[in-house]
Design a protein around this ligand. Structure first.
Ligand code: FES
Length: 104
């Protein structure tokens, strides 16, 4: 099972086993991490915004135009920001590190 490290806003790291095929947002929900993900993965809210660790960004896959548009509405946007309902967990992402953003 791929392992994902979530870094909370206060710096606490939570390492979890993720099921391949789920999205990173679904994994965060499964482990009750602080993330609103208000639209449930429908690409309509931007409250699943995470900042991917630089070394991992490329591996998280293509960013669609719709995701880019929504990301533009997110607070604290960075060059490695993603909406994590759009990141599918796979064995290639074993070791992935994502930073959670403040819930607002
Ligand atoms: S959960 Fe709403 S865009 Fe990801």
């Amino acid at each position: 099972m791929p392992e994902i490290t979530f870094v909370k806003v206060d710096g606490e790291k939570v390492v979890v086993d993720a099921k391949a095929g789920n999205t990173v947002m679904e994994v965060a929900r499964e482990y009750d991490l602080p993330m609103l993900a208000a639209c449930g993965g429908a690409l309509a809210c931007a409250t699943c915004h995470v900042v991917v660790d630089e070394g991992w960004y490329e591996k998280t896959g293509e960013v669609s135009e719709d995701e880019e548009d929504l990301l533009d509405t997110a607070h604290n946007l960075t060059a490695t920001s993603r909406l994590c309902c759009q990141i599918k967990v796979s064995d290639d992402l074993d070791g992935l590190v994502v930073n959670l953003t403040p819930m607002e």
